[in-house]
Design a protein around this ligand. Structure first.
Ligand code: CUA
Length: 349
């Protein structure tokens, strides 16, 4: 009797229905990561709102600091008055305490109405001018990129026809306009170090100015609760040099290399092709991300794991254990076929 060959990925279920690790166990594994991300973010990490890495984000921070300073000053003033009133109230007799101040007293008119109103109207106009600058459709962008939110990943469309997912390449030092739409529910696009946050609303086209001063990788996150995997709907913006960006999108628009025939055949004839496109092959599914140049991305499942052979094998065999609720079904294959499928996908560069 022939024994089933041991696969390259010993921990990965093959040949039969995958392990019973459910959403709760997976959720418990991601909790420490979420807690760490919150702490790092709050202390000025990669996704901090107060460490802008481009002019659009700087414009938001330039609004935030004066607002914080003014709000702090108003709070200190009001708290001071309250303490003063409490201290005075104690010294007065019961009769005096019953006197209520009349409307029209200069202090109430000036401090309560005049100054408060002026601060609110001032900040309203100040923020309107910033919003106008950040979303102005008349601004002439150097590049326009379309981003479409899906449960729970991002489709990215470049001006030359290239389609990709989850990792958005932009040229550094250039004005990038993002046209933002959604395919299902409300998502919110937010890369704090590069620009403001804006919702993707069904039936409405929104746009956003995003700009990175220097090449680098900038992280972001869906900022509107959109279901089970909202927290794992991550964004990576990769800012290349302008020449690097041109080369990158030119390659991205090309069809896939032929690749190893065995793996390609599996991809085209297994469940994969029903949902994914690999341009240049028979796989033309439109439900999941375009995988034509899959191996040029650094992560899997919209940033949920680094793209390694082992993580990819896990993802294919049992995606629900990696990202519970994801639309992708488990693909149960014998070990040798899983190896060829992983090798094929890793060759899509
Ligand atoms: Cu998409 Cu939250």
């Amino acid at each position: 009797m022939e024994r089933e060959r041991e696969g390259k990925f010993p921990g990965v279920p093959t040949g039969r229905f995958p392990s019973g690790r459910g959403p709760i166990a997976a959720g418990a594994r991601t909790l420490p990561a979420v807690a760490a991300a919150l702490i790092v973010g709050a202390c000025g990490g990669e996704t901090s709102i107060v460490s802008p890495k481009g002019p659009a984000a700087r414009s938001v921070t330039g609004l935030w600091w004066p607002m914080l300073a003014t709000a702090t000053a108003v709070f200190a003033f009001v708290a001071g008055m309250l303490l003063l009133a409490a201290a005075r109230g104690r010294r007065k007799s019961d009769d005096d305490a019953k006197v209520t101040p009349r409307w029209g007293e200069p202090f109430i008119v000036v401090a309560g109405v005049g100054i408060s109103g002026a601060i609110l109207v001032g900040f309203f106009l100040f923020s309107l001018s910033r919003v106008q600058a950040l979303t102005d459709a008349g601004r002439r962008p150097d590049v326009t990129i379309g981003v479409i939110g899906h449960d729970w990943w991002w489709e990215v469309r470049y001006p030359n026809g290239a389609t990709s997912a989850n990792e958005i390449h932009i040229p550094a030092g250039r004005k990038v306009r993002l046209n933002l739409d959604t395919d299902d529910v409300i998502h919110s696009f937010w890369v704090p170090s590069l620009g403001p946050k804006i919702d993707m609303i069904p039936g409405q086209h929104n746009s956003l100015w995003l700009e990175a001063a220097r090449p680098g990788v900038y992280r972001g996150q869906c900022a509107e609760f959109c279901g089970l995997q909202h927290a794992n709907m991550l964004i990576r913006v990769v800012a290349d040099t302008p020449a690097g960006f041109d080369a990158w999108i030119a390659r991205e628009a090309e069809p896939a290399d032929a690749g190893a025939a065995g793996g390609r055949d599996l991809f085209e004839h297994q469940t994969c092709a029903g949902c994914h496109t690999v341009r240049g092959t028979q796989a033309q599914g439109k439900v999941g991300p375009d995988l034509t140049h899959f191996a040029r991305r650094d992560t899997l499942g919209a940033g949920v794991k680094p793209r390694t052979d082992e993580n990819l094998a896990h993802w294919i065999a049992d995606p629900q254990s990696v990202k519970p609720g994801v639309t992708m079904p488990p693909i149960t294959l014998p070990a040798d076929q899983l190896d060829s499928l992983v090798a094929y996908l890793e060759g899509l560069r």
